[in-house]
Design a protein around this ligand. Structure first.
Ligand code: AMP
Length: 587
């Protein structure tokens, strides 16, 4: 298959903003892709060469790409930089330079998908001494053979700027239609993705084994399972009604969610975003290896920092000290952790995700021999609201955020935020909203003491139904001087020229970001606002919902993906609950 064939489809996808058209274009592409290439075509379409959890990135710096282009096109780097200033996108610069080149070499052979992929792979895997030169040589060789449009996408891919804006869910739609000819089995396809985080593997299974194969798709230890999430409610009685009267109530620890994969003696740890975090927790790995008795297992829990002198559990931020590449041994001693396990998804060949929660918990306790630092979450089974409330306050006193209340017969809903798990967090006085997680989508320049940094960030929540981010406030308070100093460093890599296509904003920010960083904020109340787009027109025509007097709580939620932020729907519910509280207190 020629690379040009997929490039033609990318061009059309780029020109449309309609999800239906995008899906149809992808169906066309996947249908004509030979089976043995389907996984590669899916990854390339996502702008990568492997699923994210592999942690293998192309990541060619702009400077390096410019060098390769300079060699391929015989143009000076200064000239390329000048052109970049004019066109604003290195992909377009490559396209322009390639089209200026008089003619292809006499022995021109069209670029195949296979060749492009293999070279990308070599570029990604080149490490150590001389690897920079090798990467440049590989890239310039590829560019020399590429037609203008191909060059554009090659450069965009290697620099990590594909930006076709195709959501994973759109690819799943297209795969279902392409290989099963109907969207009827879309759920089955999505389940396979939820169990593997690997769209390429799902596509390969569909291409080779069709419906039967995808129906039988099983957990594969080593591939991260998309995590089950919880809904939020404020009243214990209502929660109990929702989960079937009697429930498992667990402390909700304030740490980092972890999915532990044991494959014989190998341990892999995945974060909530399915990033490989094995290197950050050698202590957890060692304990998992010695305490999990099964040969193969996938279990989940929360890693929590604690104070070894007082044995108190510490807040999530303490774990930030473990987010480092070097000096992990030292950090491990200085910031020790405890792992509280709460679920088992797979044990020795058996997929447990469709089993009732209580059975999974039993299995978990069966295969793990616990100790002080590798243990189970504190849990009671109860149908008594008073008892549960007491347990809730006990959790708060012990440094937890509240409770997780789980339906005893609930299956593990991979990748879903359903009603089988419900979180009960601290609720605040009637007018104070509880902390929410917002995505930073833009920023405003600072003045005076903040001249070198940003004065305020533009924050948004996630509208899941529309798959977009809607602004909810500008937040400038609550940042320490140290936080402020770090802002440009944290956000610069996400800076983009225009408002991101998935961000809806009435406000014009000074700079825009790709929605990536999630922070926790708190405010005084939710108010109606004509300038913010969160739930626009839902409560009243012409206004959205905003946070009044927002403050950063100091919590960077690097563990959350933008889609894990508080949702518009949750904000609407919080607004309604607030109204009810105000009405009750004034009547
Ligand atoms: P939230 O981040 O507020 O949506 O809450 C969900 C998170 O709570 C999960 O992703 C876990 O990291 C965390 N958590 C803490 N304790 C538990 C528990 N006992 N069961 C499930 N999740 C827990």
């Amino acid at each position: 298959m020629n690379y040009n064939e997929i490039v033609e489809v990318y061009e059309k996808i780029e020109a449309t903003s309609s999800r239906i058209k995008m899906t149809n274009l992808l169906v066309g592409l996947f249908t004509k892709t030979p089976k043995e290439l389907i996984d590669k075509v899916v990854y390339l379409t996502q702008g990568k060469i492997y699923p994210d959890y592999y942690g293998i990135e192309l990541g060619i710096a702009e400077k390096m790409a410019i060098k390769a282009m300079s060699i391929a096109y015989g143009v000076g780097t200064k000239d390329i930089e000048r052109l970049l200033g004019k066109l604003g996108d290195l992909g377009l610069v490559a396209q322009e330079l390639a089209s200026r080149k008089k003619q292809m070499s006499l022995f021109y052979k069209p670029l195949t998908v296979q060749r492009v992929y293999e070279i990308f792979d070599k570029i990604a895997k080149a490490t150590g001494e001389g690897s920079q030169d090798l990467k440049i040589r590989l890239l310039s060789g590829l560019l020399a053979d590429a037609k203008p449009k191909e060059a554009k996408y090659i450069i965009r891919t290697v620099t990590g700027n594909m930006r076709l804006g195709i959501a994973d869910m759109t690819i799943l739609d297209a795969l279902a239609i392409a290989f099963l000819k109907t969207k009827k089995y879309r759920d089955v396809v999505e389940r396979a993705y939820n169990l593997s985080n690997d769209l390429g593997d799902v596509a390969r299974t569909l291409a080779y084994e069709g419906l039967e194969g995808i129906k039988k798709y099983k957990i594969k230890p080593g591939k991260p399972i998309r995590m089950m999430l919880a809904q939020r409610m404020e009243n214990v009685r209502e929660i109990l009604l929702k989960v079937g009267g009697k429930a498992a109530c667990e402390w909700k620890y304030d740490g980092e969610r972890v999915q532990i994969h044991k494959i014989n003696d190998e341990i892999i740890l995945y974060s909530r975003r399915a990033e490989n975090i094995t290197e950050q927790y050698p202590d957890v790995c060692e304990l998992a290896k010695t305490s999990i008795k099964a040969e193969e297992a996938v279990v989940e829990g929360e890693i929590v920092a604690y104070n070894p002198e007082t044995l108190e559990l510490l807040p999530f931020q303490e774990l930030m000290h473990r987010r480092r590449k070097y000096g992990i041994e030292e950090a491990m001693k200085k910031y020790p952790v405890i792992t509280f396990l709460f679920d088992a998804l797979y044990v020795d060949g058996e997929d447990l995700t469709q089993k009732p929660f209580i059975e999974r918990r039993r299995k978990l306790e069966e295969i793990v021999s616990k100790n002080d630092k590798f243990t189970f979450s504190n849990m009671i089974i109860s149908d008594n609201p008073e008892e549960i409330e007491k347990f809730f306050y006990e959790a708060l006193e012990n440094g937890c955020e509240g409770l997780m209340i789980k339906a005893l017969d609930g299956v593990y809903q991979a990748g879903a935020r359903g009603w089988l798990w419900i979180k009960l967090k601290k609720s605040y006085e009637s007018k104070i909203i509880e902390p929410i997680d917002v995505v930073v989508v833009g920023a405003f320049f600072g003045k005076g003491r903040r001249a070198k940094t940003y004065g305020a960030l533009l924050a948004a929540v996630y509208n899941k139904e529309k798959d977009i981010f809607e602004t909810i406030c500008k937040v400038g308070s609550g940042f320490t001087d140290k936080d402020l100093e770090k802002l440009p460093e944290i956000f610069d890599k996400y800076r983009i020229k225009k408002r991101h296509a998935r961000v809806v904003s009435e406000l014009e920010a000074d700079v825009w970001f790709t929605p990536s960083v999630v922070i926790e904020i708190i405010g005084d109340e939710l108010t109606l606002s004509p300038v913010h787009t969160c739930a626009y027109g839902v409560i009243r025509e012409g206004v959205g919902i905003a946070v009044r007097f927002p403050r950063f709580t100091g919590r960077w939620r690097f563990d959350k993906a933008p889609e894990d932020a508080t949702t518009t729907k949750e904000i609407i519910e919080m607004y309604k609950a607030q109204l009810k509280r105000i009405e009750e207190s004034s009547s």
